[in-house]
Design a protein around this ligand. Sequence first.
Ligand code: TRP
Length: 335
Amino acid sequence: MKENTGKVLTGDRPTGKLHLGHFVGSIQNRLKLQQEEGGIFYMVADVQALTDNAASPEKVRDAVFEVALDNLACGMDPNETTMFIQSQVPEIAELTMFFLNLVTVSRLKQNPTVKTEIKQKGFGENVPAGFLAYPVSQAADILAFKASRVPVGEDQLPVLEQTNEIVESFNRLYGKTFERVTPLLSTHPRMPGIDGKAKMSKSLGNAIFLADSPKEVEQKVMQMYTDPKHIHASDAGKVEGNVVFAYLDVFDPNQKELAELKKQYKKGGLGDVVLKKRLSGVLNDFLDPIRLRRENLASDPKKVMDILNEGTREARKTAKQTMDEVRERMKINYF
Ligand code: TRP
C-alpha cells in the first residue's frame, strides 16, 4: 500500500444503495484520484446517516455494507484507498465536540445545504441538534485526517465553507494546526432523475441503482421523461431537459453517432422508443461488470467487512495522531 498522506478524503452517507447519480457525481471522481495518486481515504459516514435516521439503525447498518459494495464493485481498491467506517473512529466524535464550540447555532441554521435539507425532510423547528450540526462533524471527518482536498457534489460546497471557517477559528485560537480544504467538484453536471423533475435521488424514487437488474433498468428507462411535446416519431423533439439524452451524453461510448441522433431528433423522425432502447443497452453494458463484481462480493460478506475493519484500523492511526496534537494545542493533555 502506498503511504497515505491524508490529503484526499471523501465519503458517502449510508442510507441506501448508490445510483447512477452517485456514480457520475462522485464515484467516478474518486476512482480517478485513486488511479492518479492512490492513498486516499474513503469514509462510510454512518454517524452522519444517523443524524436523521436515529430511529432506523438497521437501515443504516445494512446500507454501510451496501455502499461499501457499490464502491468496491465500481473499482475502489482497498490497497489504494483506505475504506473505513466513521463510527468506529471515536476520535472524530471527540474532535466534533471541540469544533462545536467554534460555531454558532445561527450560523448552522443559515447553512444553505442544511436549510434545504431541513425543508426537504420536513423537520421545521424540530430538527435534531445532531442533524443541524452535521457540517461540524463533517469538518471533523475531514480534519481528523488532515485532508485538504475533498471530492464532493456541488450541494456540499456550503458544508466545506463551514469547515474552512472552523479551520480559521481553530488556528487563530490554538495555533496553526489545520490547512484550509479545497472541494474537488465533478466535471459533470448533476444528473436528473428518471422523472426529469429533480436530481436523481433515492428518496424521490426516481433513481436507477447500480445494483438494479437489467430488466429494472429497462423498465426505468422506458419511464424516463423525454419531451412531452414529442408525441409522434415524426414530431420535432427537444434535446435539452430530455433525460434520455442527459444519460446518453454521459454513458454512450459512441458520441459521434449520438450527435447524429440528436440532429435527427430535433428535426423530427426519431421516436423515443428507439432512443430508450439504445440507452437501456448502453446502461446495461456499463452496469454488467459492476453487477457481476457486486454479486461476487456480496456472496462473501466477511471479505467486505474485513476490508472495512482493516481500513478502519489504518484510518484510526492517523486520527489518533491528529488528536494528540489537538489536545496539546487545546491544553487538555493532562496525563
Ligand atoms: N455529506 C456527504 C454527502 O452527503 C457525505 C460525507 C460525510 C462526506 N462525511 C464526509 C463527504 C466527509 C466528504 C467528506 O454526500
